[in-house]
Design a protein around this ligand. Structure first.
Ligand SMILES: Nc1ncnc2c1ncn2[C@@H]1O[C@H](COP(=O)(O)OP(=O)(O)OP(=O)(O)O)[C@@H](O)[C@H]1O
Length: 454
């Protein structure tokens, strides 16, 4: 299908561009405009599926824009973004019809989760057929020994219907690999449908996967196909498979074994023809051992295991990827010609990339947005790495312990306390705990790993 279109409205160019490009990376078509007036012009001239707008802007502000959008194109959900969050403002915005209220500085997963949720309420988008990506789109890139081996395995698996299990740390490119595999497969003209299993609570995940019949539950006013059905003739990508509950594990086992499923509220089994690709950063073998992941499901998934190597083991790929990202992002951001100086690349090579390719891509993006000359130098890289490490509480390069007196150490402790508290209040239920904390389930999982609370 054509990609969902997101309009980003922010008078702060850097914020707007970063947000628009984050959405692009996630597979949306996104445009940035700098004012409410320009947003209305964009809405009048092209089909937009969701709007994300800053609240405080000169001229027409986000609240006024919200009012106009609700009048002119009531189907289009509006998400408001502000650094000046206050409860009365949020309440006022929700009353005026805002789909959601997001706080700056924004969290990538939170933004994507919220956009996905908002798109699900847009009937026009829901009625579209699923994704049929262009052959070759989003191909895995890499020339290191580790990556050559991975690519060779993907090529061998591509022409078959064997289930592929992609393993590797977060940000290593498992989803990119899944899309590449689909693009290389005989099913490439069919749909590629992704389900991010950790992002959804159980009941939503089930209805998302299997769909529902009219009347299956309150609010089920019409029959809705699930992602499994939408992937007919193509590939179903089950991301974060290690995060699904035992109840969903049983249903997936049946789907993988019998190639059939039942819609929620349905009475008959439906047959499907889909190729399964799953991914996880978790140690599934250990989960099988401790009884949190079904052994039979593990074997069904682990037919062709493919490991995505961490970026720190990919040698020259750092330079290859950085140059590629720089060229693309510089082009998109009106900085064509901007490149890395040799010492800039050397500085990148010296970093250990705990966030893998995602971290590199985000860093290059910031370097492009804030670059002043024609070349990105080691000092620019070090400054950005240092700034981000300070924010993450993870000093750059060497993993020195956090000084108990620093602001970051306090933040880390405060976050740990809030997460422990929410988990206790939710009696260990992570979905509820995430809700109490106002973050997505996926963000909670990432935080648990980052803070060593798992
Ligand atoms: N080989 C690659 N070529 C181009 N971009 C890549 C490559 N690998 C990863 N990326 C980019 O890095 C980011 C992370 O990739 P991806 O989402 O596929 O990782 P992942 O392993 O699925 O992460 P997670 O486990 O957190 O879901 C994406 O923005 C993706 O576009």
């Amino acid at each position: 299908m054509s990609k969902a279109r997101v309009l980003v409205v922010d008078d702060d160019r850097a914020v707007g561009l970063v947000l628009a490009s984050l959405l692009k990376q996630a597979g949306y078509e996104s445009h940035h405009v700098a004012s409410g007036e320009d947003a209305l012009a964009a809405l009048a001239s092209r089909a937009i599926d969701v709007v994300i707008s800053d609240v405080r802007m000169p001229g027409m502000d986000g609240m006024e824009l919200l009012g106009e959008v609700k009048q002119r194109t009531p189907d289009v959900p509006v998400l408001l973004l502000t650094a000046h969050g206050s409860v009365p403002l949020a309440v006022e915005a929700m009353k005026a019809g805002a789909a959601e209220f997001l706080l700056k500085p924004f969290d990538r997963d939170e933004v994507l989760f919220t956009v996905e949720k908002a798109l699900a309420t847009n009937a026009r988008v829901a009625a579209r057929p699923p994704d049929a990506p262009v052959r070759g789109e989003g191909q895995v890139l890499g020339d290191s020994d580790a990556m050559r081996e991975t690519i060779a395995r993907l090529k061998k698996a591509a022409p078959t219907v064997a289930t592929v299990l992609l393993r590797g740390e977060s940000g290593t490119g498992k989803e990119v690999a899944a899309r590449t595999l689909h693009g290389w497969s005989p099913r490439h003209a069919g749909p590629f449908v992704a389900v991010h299993c950790a992002a959804l609570p159980d009941n939503l995940l089930e209805s998302e996967l299997f769909g529902y019949e009219k009347g299956a539950f309150t609010g089920a006013t019409q029959r809705k196909p699930g992602r499994v059905e939408l992937a007919q003739g193509g590939t179903l990508f089950l991301d974060e498979i290690g995060d699904i509950s035992p109840a969903v594990q049983v249903k997936l086992l049946r789907l993988l074994q019998e190639k059939e499923f039942q819609r929620l509220g349905g009475t008959s089994a439906e047959k499907v023809d889909v190729r399964f690709v799953a991914a996880t950063h978790r140690d599934l073998e250990a989960m099988v051992e401790d009884g949190t992941f079904r052994e039979d499901l593990f074997y069904r998934l682990n037919v062709v295991p493919v490991w995505m190597p961490p970026l720190r083991e990919r040698g020259d790929d750092v330079a290859l990827l950085a140059n590629r990202f720089c060229a693309e992002l510089a082009d998109q951001n009106g900085r064509a010609g901007l490149r890395f100086a040799a010492d800039g690349i050397a500085a990148l090579r010296a970093h250990d990339w705990p966030g893998n390719v995602r971290e590199l891509q985000n860093l290059v993006e910031r370097l492009v947005v804030f670059a002043e000359g024609d070349a990105i130098r080691a000092s620019d890289v070090e400054r950005e790495l240092g700034a981000r490490s300070a924010r993450n509480g993870r000093p750059s390069g060497s993993p020195a312990p956090i000084d108990a007196g620093t602001l970051d150490a306090h933040r880390v402790e405060a976050e740990k306390g809030a997460i422990r508290d929410a988990l206790a209040r939710a009696q260990g239920n992570r979905t509820q705990a995430a809700r109490l904390l106002g973050i997505s389930r996926r963000t909670l999982y990432n935080k648990l790993a980052e803070l060593g609370l798992e």
